[in-house]
Design a protein around this ligand. Structure first.
Ligand code: MD3
Ligand code: FE
Length: 217
């Protein structure tokens, strides 16, 4: 009995899908953390509310975002970058809670990236219709560190492309509690999110939330 329960737990923890070398989906990995994450998020968004930023091209992003940690990812007419200061408040970003660090480190370690020390957590909020066009994440100083992303709430179709923008992306359904780890040869692949379909999740309502843990500096 004990053994079979143990095996069930292991099964649940390690239900993984490798999209290509360095890109691993851990289905449901964050479910045990869901309440703790949402509590931490309430504190973050009280100090640094979600906002729609403008791209260097002058477009308002359909995704709303905020950050926690030593650095936050921002965009405005002058470019994309990490900054220690929230431009909206003029203050530092909310601190990264211990539970966030532990979740990101556990997920990274379980895919072979030991000693991941995130110093930035970008939090994206999607309403139905919001999307993220194909892009690479290149603003981090060190491409040897992985990026860990956590999906919460209503589902999304994630686009997983190649090293060139024109490489045809594959579609991956991401649901509540899924974690993806991107590192090594997958780190600079193009990726994006299709427009979110209307849906409702008991914990997040009509939103999708995505956390991405990064080593920015
Ligand atoms: C693959 N966010 O914030 S997370 C982003 O669902 C971003 O909000 C999406 O892309 C979201 O930059 C996708 C998955 C993800 C994040 C970073 C990556 C995949 C990645 C960096 C390199 C390769
Ligand atoms: Fe990205």
């Amino acid at each position: 009995m004990t053994l079979s329960l143990f095996q069930d737990m292991e099964q649940c923890q390690s239900e993984r899908e490798e999209l290509c070398p360095g890109a691993i989906v851990l289905h449901g990995f964050a479910v045990p953390y869901e309440v703790a994450i949402l509590e931490a998020l309430r504190d973050i968004t009280t100090r640094a509310p979600f906002r729609h930023m403008v791209t260097p091209g002058g477009f308002r992003m359909s995704v709303a975002l905020t950050n926690c940690g030593s650095y936050g990812w921002i965009t405005d007419r002058t470019g994309y970058r990490y900054d220690a200061i929230d431009p909206e408040s003029g203050k530092s970003w909310p601190h990264m809670s211990a539970v966030f660090v532990k979740l990101a480190q556990d997920a990274a370690a379980s895919t072979g990236f030991n000693d991941f020390k995130p110093d930035a957590c970008l939090v994206n909020c999607y309403n139905p219709g919001a999307r993220l066009s194909l892009h690479q994440d290149k603003n981090e100083r060190d491409f040897d560190a992985p990026i860990v992303s956590v999906s919460l709430g209503i589902p999304a179709i994630f686009l997983w492309g190649g090293l060139r923008r024109k490489d045809k992306p594959m579609r991956v359904q991401l649901t509540h509690g899924d974690i993806m780890v991107w590192g090594g040869p997958a780190r600079l692949h193009y990726h994006g999110v299709l427009p979110i379909k209307e849906a409702c999740h008991p914990l997040t309502g009509t939103h999708r939330i995505n956390l991405t843990f990064r080593k920015a500096a």
